[in-house]
Design a protein. Structure first.
Length: 165
């Protein structure tokens, strides 16, 4: 089922460049992803490891773009932390180290055309995508139903990709 993403269409910014080209450590992101520095940062004291399990993946050469988004950058930028992972199986895991405790949404796009960006149409992403949390079937996604908690010891989220575009 398609969702309406008016605010996301204006902000489509989860890019391959933002994902640091497959970096292994979590990478804090700048608000303006077009001009961001993708160098690695040192893990923050008291920060944890986050594991995002991505289910329903159609394996292939196109990468998965994964972002942890805080409430302040939900649907507006690449996220607080991003990375790229290979679509190697029907279930794929992305691990982020050094994530500051707080509430996050895990957002994933299967970059089917390998252009390194979310492609947005009139009713939402034109590429397979998904977010963590409770299923949301109408309108633009909301932060709270999709959020999960990260503590000093870390956190985990599950995302199911939607290939029905």
């Amino acid at each position: 089922m398609k969702r309406v993403f008016a605010s996301l269409a204006a902000a489509s910014a989860l890019t391959l460049a933002a994902c640091g080209g497959g970096a292994e450590e979590a990478e804090p992101m700048a608000e303006d992803t077009a001009a961001m520095d993708t160098t690695m940062t040192e893990p923050v004291a008291g920060a944890g490891q986050v594991t995002v399990t991505i289910n329903g993946v159609q394996p292939g050469d196109a990468p998965l773009l994964v972002a942890l988004q805080g409430e302040g950058n939900f649907l507006q930028s690449a996220g607080a932390y991003t990375k790229q992972v290979d679509a190697t199986g029907e279930s794929v895991t992305a691990t982020f180290d050094g994530v500051t405790p707080g509430s996050y949404v895990a957002a994933v796009v299967h970059d089917a055309n390998t252009d390194g960006a979310i492609n947005i149409g009139e009713t939402g992403p034109d590429e397979p995508w998904g977010i963590s949390g409770s299923p949301q079937t109408a309108g633009a996604p909301e932060f709270t139903p999709a959020a999960f908690q990260v503590t000093e010891t870390g956190g985990q989220a599950t995302v199911s990709l939607n290939y029905d575009q």
